[in-house]
Design a protein around this ligand. Structure first.
Ligand SMILES: CC(C)(COP(=O)(O)OP(=O)(O)OC[C@H]1O[C@@H](n2cnc3c(N)ncnc32)[C@H](O)[C@@H]1OP(=O)(O)O)[C@@H](O)C(=O)NCCC(=O)NCCS
Length: 134
């Protein structure tokens, strides 16, 4: 029914989710994740934890973190489909992913989502992204 929101399922990444994540990455213009085989590698890498959000059978969000299983993790990706934002899905994805890493703290860098991360218990630090050049 129009205007009635469906429930959202937050569950661990499964192999068949890669196509949906690749489609979502294309919609939000994250070109490095537009190929399902890259998504699959990212989500199943050693130390990786990934969760997806599914509404009415459609994949509407996902998150991925890399962790050491004990102390420290790094949140690499979280994205929610533009039509499904501000419903708490992003927050649930981060909470589920963080919890599943089994770590005590999670670092991340962001340009655009400061307001989103400020809603978590946090401290801010300066971040760098380095590239393989000299
Ligand atoms: C950031 C993102 C994942 C948030 O997903 P979401 O499902 O909309 O987030 P939530 O609904 O869980 O938001 C939780 C709270 O964060 C804050 N928040 C989220 N998006 C916000 C925005 N655009 N502006 C201001 N506050 C925001 C609000 O306090 C919100 O609570 P409220 O809706 O009750 O006010 C989503 O906007 C997104 O996919 N953005 C593009 C990709 C991106 O920037 N990813 C993060 C960097 S890797």
């Amino acid at each position: 029914v129009r205007g009635v929101r469906s429930t959202v399922d937050i569950r661990p990444f499964e192999d068949g989710d890669a196509e949906g994540i690749a489609r979502l990455s294309t919609i939000v213009e994250w070109p490095s994740l537009k190929h399902p085989e890259v998504v699959r590698a990212v989500c199943t890498a050693p130390g990786a934890t990934a969760y997806v959000a599914v509404a009415d059978g459609e994949l509407v969000g996902w998150a991925q973190a890399l962790g050491d299983g004990v102390l420290q993790s790094h949140l690499s990706f979280v994205v929610v489909h533009p039509d499904h934002r501000r419903r708490g899905i992003g927050r649930l994805l981060v909470q589920a992913t963080f919890q599943a890493t089994g770590t005590k703290r999670m670092d991340l860098i962001t340009d655009a989502a400061q307001a989103f991360y400020r809603g978590f218990e946090h401290k801010t630090m300066a971040g760098f992204r380095i590239y393989p050049g000299a």
